[in-house]
Every structure is written in C-alpha cells, then in structure tokens.
Design a protein around this ligand. Structure first.
Ligand code: SAM
Ligand code: SF4
Ligand code: SF4
Length: 356
C-alpha cells in the first residue's frame, strides 16, 4: 500500500481515538517565495514583495527537505511564489521523482515560464496552472502583466496540454472566482473540455475567507450549482462534491490542517497551518526546520511539544486547500462512493487536491 493510502487509514484510526494530529495526505513545499507576477488578489507573494522574500535553499538543502518529507508521504506539491523561478527547480523535480520515488508530484505554476522548463514534464504527475479568465485584458489586469505575457501563457497551456499523454501528466487549470471573473467562468470549462484539461475552482479569499461580494450574490451560487451538475455529468472538474457543495453553503466542517502541511522556502515546517502561524500566538508557528531533523515524525514531535496538538474544532478560516483534504478524510464512505460514481474524481486524485 502506498504511503498516502496508508496514512489515510492510519488517520481514520487516529480520529477514532480522538487524535487530530494526522499524518499528511500530501505536503506542500514552497521552493521559492519569489514571483514574476503581481496578482492583485495574492495576499502572500507577488513581485511587489520579492524584496522581503526569504532566500531559497541550496539544491542539496532542498533535496534534504524532500527526503524528510518522503519519510511521511509519497505526494508532494511544489508551489510558491512561482516555483519555476527556483534556480534548481529542474533537477529538484527530477530528484523527487527518480531518486526519492514520490508517487505523485504536482507543480502549481502561473505558466509563463514553462517553455524554459520542458525537461521537467516527464517527472510531473500533475501540472496545475493558474488561469482565471480567457479575456486577455482582464487577465492582464489581474496579474498586472503585459498582453505579450498573457499570449505566452495561452500558448504554453495549449502546447503542453497536448503533451499530457506523451509525458504522462495531468494538466489542471485553477480558476479563482472573483466578482470580475465569475461572469465568464463558464467559458473556462468549455476551454478545458476542448483542450482535454481538468479545471478546479476556488473562490477568491480575502484574509482566509471568501470574498464578501461572492457570498452575497445568487450568481455565484448558481454557477457553483451548475458546476456540480456538470461534474455529475462527467465534466472534467476537480474537487469532491462535498467540497463543491460547501463552496455553495460554506457550512462549518472539521478541519485537520496537518493533512496538508506547508514547508516554507527555508525548510521551516508551518504548524499546524498558515492561518494559525500568521496569528503569531502560542498555538502555532514555525517550530522546526526540516534541515535539522531526519524524519517527519521527529519534526512533528518537536512541533507538538512546542505548540500542542492542532485545534480539535476550528472554524477560524476558510482555506479551501485544507477544506478538501479534511472533508475527504472525515467522510470516507462519501469519498469512496464518489470515486466509484464519478470518473473525473478518480482521474485527478482528489485527496491531494490542494491549490495554494
Ligand atoms: C499563491 S499561487 C502559487 C503558485 C503560482 N505562483 C501560481 O500562481 O500558480 C497558488 C494559487 O493560489 C491562488 N491564489 C492566490 N491568491 C488567492 C486568493 N486570494 N484567493 C484564492 N486563490 C488565490 C492562485 O491563483 C494560484 O492558483
Ligand atoms: S498568485 Fe501566484 S503568480 Fe500570482 S502573485 Fe501570487 S504567487 Fe505570483
Ligand atoms: S480552519 Fe483555518 S485556522 Fe482553523 S485549523 Fe483549519 S486552516 Fe487552520
């Protein structure tokens, strides 16, 4: 049994015993905080913040971080900042797949530099590209880049979508729903169907909560209901039905943040989740750097000793990347049924769905 599957079953046992410090379903690593875009809604990164970015690790150090992660799980997400700006990204991806035998390697990228990194494609299992709109003017305004960059992104998406079969990876577009992108979001689904790409939708977050203007419009809920219907009919939409339904109702759920832990660009473990770390209280922070330990369990032990277990009940935020994994873990029968009923769910490995 694979490490991530094993963790899933172990976690069910832990939950039965009341232990909420779960084993990871997937780990998200930020090889760099640097970014070449300046997306208007991005709250953590962007070119305007590059001067304050924590410097990235040397290649050997980044390898070591992945080695420690691999002692816990076989799924990794490389995000950022823009991960393709990490100077050693090509050998790092190759190392993750070939030497560390990660079963599932995801990269989350803005897509603008892909043509300079074609060599990583055979080592990726999933390439998530952020694209919220097909309208060149609108996308240019959101990411604050010239139209020539937008054209490069579209060219890259169409070109590398056609390489999926050849190199054996899945392309997924992540579309942030904002008050300005929502009216044309349906077109994104059509574009994905045409190009054999999957799509995921995330409501724009403002300080870890969905944008107020989305919550109060019927248009937003109506669109999500359509998304659910289309998914049931086989449209290539990522995200479990429970998750999509929650995007409509925003009902509270049991959050297990250590299912999708984050590792910062210097190797720090962010415990138990980014929102609690950012609160700067005695409940969480960056208790340990993975360069200082040999195994994930060692790091978790240090974190638990310093900050205690994660909260048993927490509705402090709505971070969709934690929500999906938590829902999957908390409702195993629903999850299984969905895997059986909906082909798109099977193909995109919904337990490790975690943009951001
Ligand atoms: C922070 S970016 C990092 C990876 C890469 N730079 C990219 O844009 O794909 C990760 C994802 O978070 C999304 N994102 C950024 N700010 C967001 C916000 N305020 N609400 C929802 N999603 C957001 C982006 O669209 C992107 O898909
Ligand atoms: S969303 Fe991604 S591309 Fe945009 S500023 Fe943030 S990190 Fe950069
Ligand atoms: S709800 Fe938010 S703040 Fe609370 S544990 Fe989950 S991710 Fe952290």
């Amino acid at each position: 049994m694979r490490a991530s599957q094993c963790n899933y079953w172990t976690n069910l046992g832990k939950l039965l015993q009341g232990d909420h410090l779960l084993n990871p379903a997937v780990v998200s690593f930020y090889p760099t905080e640097q970014c070449n875009f300046n997306c208007t809604y991005c709250e953590d990164y962007g070119a305007r913040r590059n001067p304050q970015a924590i410097p990235p690790l040397q290649f050997e150090q980044a390898q070591k971080v992945l080695e420690v992660v691999r002692t816990a799980v076989d799924k990794i997400i490389l995000t950022g900042g823009e991960p393709l700006l990490y100077p050693h990204i090509d050998p790092l991806v190759k190392h993750a797949k070939k030497e560390l035998h990660f079963h599932h390697v995801t990269m989350l990228s803005n897509g603008s530099l892909l043509h300079e990194h074609e060599e990583i494609l055979p080592y990726l299992d999933r390439l998530m590209i952020s694209l919220d709109s097909l309208d060149i003017d609108l996308w240019s305004t959101i990411i604050q880049m010239p139209q020539t960059t937008i054209k490069t992104i579209f060219t890259n998406i169409e070109k590398y979508a056609s390489y999926q079969k050849k190199f054996g990876f899945r392309m997924v577009l992540n579309c942030v729903l904002t008050p300005t992108t929502l009216p044309n979001a349906r077109q994104m689904i059509e574009f994905c169907v045409q190009n054999k790409i999957f799509i995921s939708f995330s409501p724009q977050a403002v300080q870890n909560w969905p944008h107020y203007d989305l919550l109060v419009t019927d248009e937003y809920r109506q669109f999500l209901r359509e998304v659910i219907d289309l998914k049931k009919k086989g449209a290539p939409i990522v995200g479990s039905l429970s998750y999509l339904q929650m995007l409509v109702e925003f009902h509270p759920y049991s959050c297990y943040p250590m299912l999708v832990p984050r590792i910062g660009s210097n190797g720090d473990m962010i415990y138990p989740c980014k929102p609690i770390e950012q609160e700067n209280t005695c409940h969480g922070g960056r208790p340990v750097n993975l360069l200082e330990v040999k195994t994930w369990d060692e790091a978790v032990k240090i974190a638990r000793e310093k900050y205690g277990p994660p909260p048993r009940v927490c509705t402090s935020c709505f971070q969709q990347c934690y929500a999906e994994a938590s829902l999957q873990q908390g409702a195993p029968f629903k999850y299984l049924l969905e895997q059986i009923c909906f082909a798109p769910s099977r193909q995109v490995d919904i337990i490790s769905y975690a943009p951001g």
